[in-house]
Design a protein around this ligand. Structure first.
Ligand SMILES: *[C@@H]1O[C@H](CO)[C@@H](O)[C@H](O)[C@H]1NC(C)=O
Ligand SMILES: *[C@@H]1O[C@H](CO)[C@@H](O)[C@H](O)[C@H]1NC(C)=O
Ligand SMILES: *[C@@H]1O[C@H](CO)[C@@H](O)[C@H](O)[C@H]1NC(C)=O
Length: 450
């Protein structure tokens, strides 16, 4: 009997050891308007920062993303990690819309012309002991098959090197021009990626030898961290082979842009401890079936006080499951125009404050800020999860005595414009669960260590 008890104890200890082995990886998430960000411009006022952030939201939402093969991109957050051995620091734009992680690499095509100027030293694969090129026949190269639109593998024969071209839709909001530019071309390779806490993992990434900077350069980034839902996305690589964790990542955006926060990967990133009231909503395919890389969920309605506005009453397409994208890289929450109009009337009625012209020139909803404004409780009803949107997230001071809503009227009534933006995600710990196809929410004070 004693023997069996000891055996059971041993099994329990082994089980505990296995579960505590669960790996987690952490990176800093830095807002580009944060003093820690390389693009921080102390001479710009908060209003100027917010206006360009709003303009970036419009650029991203007006590009009809799901029907276009190209990923639109604005990029509010940057992160740092190291690659290679000896390790070289990479500053990357964080993008939940695209899959490939890439950075500029030596040698640059046509001497130095193939690379744009970057702040950190350029990564040279020849100097790294751990860099390995991949061929078209490799299983790692095959990871690119279901990658987001805009990423093209270039493979004809098995013996050929596995190469890529990645394109983003580049908006010049200030002068209204739109162009598709090849942002990066290069080799698909395996390399060691080192996280904040010195944990290293072998990952598949793009070594870009021919790069056009565009908005990536404007953010002083040397590349992009791809966190979409495709197989080559970092989140899927970490969950799969790299460390044996879950295909899961979470972040908690602070209300103040001057504070950085964390993005975590793996089973330690899972949102909620026993007893926490975690809300969960299923991940769905996008409106275009072939686009499965976005974090698309279903919004059923929004309540202002006791008045519930059904999302599905507006366009028949809104009834379908998968009608809004949760996006880390767009500031504002963008809603189809007729639904937005009803929501705006409800907000005007519910707030009972004096409406003033929009200083951002986005034709949004702005009020005179007086001490007596009674903001209504706004609740987003996602499928299976009601999320109370705090007033600090829904109304932002954008000028002296002027408060504007962070909801934005979409360019059309097409639900493909709908985005749940990062301003509404602040002070919520949000988990993206690719194993169980759901998004988890837990209201949290993100300024406190998680
Ligand atoms: C990787 O492949 C490229 C050709 O695509 C070649 O120029 C380069 O030297 C290779 N790098 C290493 C470290 O083998
Ligand atoms: C406006 O667009 C043109 C290309 O169409 C570009 O050359 C120019 O730099 C842009 N201007 C600004 C201010 O971004
Ligand atoms: C306006 O708000 C009041 C509550 O403050 C509500 O009873 C009424 O139905 C609302 N009217 C409209 C048209 O939304």
């Amino acid at each position: 009997m004693a023997f069996y008890n000891k055996l059971i104890l041993l099994c329990l200890i082994l089980l505990m050891m296995i579960s505590s082995e669960a790996t987690s990886y952490t990176l800093d998430l830095i807002h580009r308007d944060s003093p820690f960000s390389p693009v921080y411009d102390p001479s710009r006022t908060n209003l100027q920062r917010r206006t360009s952030s709003f303009l970036r939201s419009i650029a991203r939402s007006s590009s009809k993303s799901p029907s276009s093969p190209i990923t639109p991109f604005s990029g509010d957050y940057v992160t740092r990690f190291r690659i290679g051995n000896p390790p070289v620091e990479v500053l990357a734009l964080v993008d939940t819309h695209s899959d490939l992680t890439w950075t500029q690499c030596q040698p640059c095509k046509d001497n130095e012309n193939g690379c744009y100027k970057q702040k950190t030293p350029l990564f040279d694969p020849k100097e790294s002991k751990t860099y390995r090129n991949l061929s078209c026949a490799s299983s790692e190269c095959a990871l690119m098959v279901d990658a987001a639109g805009g990423l093209y593998p270039a493979c004809d024969q098995d013996q050929q090197p596995c190469t890529y071209h990645v394109f983003y839709l580049n908006h010049e909001v200030e002068n209204n021009s739109k162009s598709v530019i090849p942002n990066s071309e290069g080799d698909i390779a395996v390399e060691t990626l080192t996280f904040n806490d010195d944990v290293s993992v072998k990952v598949v990434f793009g070594c870009g030898h021919n790069n056009v900077g565009g908005f990536v350069e404007k953010a002083y980034a040397s590349g992009v961290l791809g966190l979409g839902r495709g197989s080559i996305s970092l989140v899927n690589q970490l969950g799969g082979g790299g460390g044996g964790g879950a295909k899961y990542f979470s972040y908690c955006l602070t209300r103040s842009e001057s504070e950085s926060s964390k993005i975590r990967f793996g089973s330690n990133a899972v949102v909620g401890r026993p007893g926490d009231k975690v809300g969960s909503t299923p991940l769905r395919n996008g409106l275009v079936v072939s686009v499965r890389n976005l974090y698309t969920v279903t919004l059923e309605g929004i309540s202002v006080g006791n008045q519930r506005i059904e999302y599905s009453s507006y366009t028949h397409v809104l009834k379908r499951k998968g009608n809004i994208v949760i996006d880390s890289a767009t500031s504002m929450t963008v809603l189809p125009s007729s639904f937005y109009d009803t929501l705006e009337s409800a907000l005007v009625n519910g707030t009972r404050a004096k409406r003033v012209p929009d200083p951002r020139k986005t034709n949004g909803l702005c009020f005179e800020q007086v001490a007596t404004v009674n903001y209504p409780v706004i609740t987003a009803h996602f499928q299976g999860a009601d999320l109370v949107l705090s007033n600090e997230n829904s109304f932002l001071e954008v000028g002296v005595g002027v408060v504007c809503s962070t909801f934005l009227r979409g360019e059309g009534d097409d639900p493909s414009v709908a985005i749940f933006g990062n301003m509404h995600q602040r002070n919520i710990l949000i988990g993206f669960d690719l194993d169980n196809h759901k998004v988890d929410f837990l209201p949290t004070d993100c300024a406190k260590p998680q």
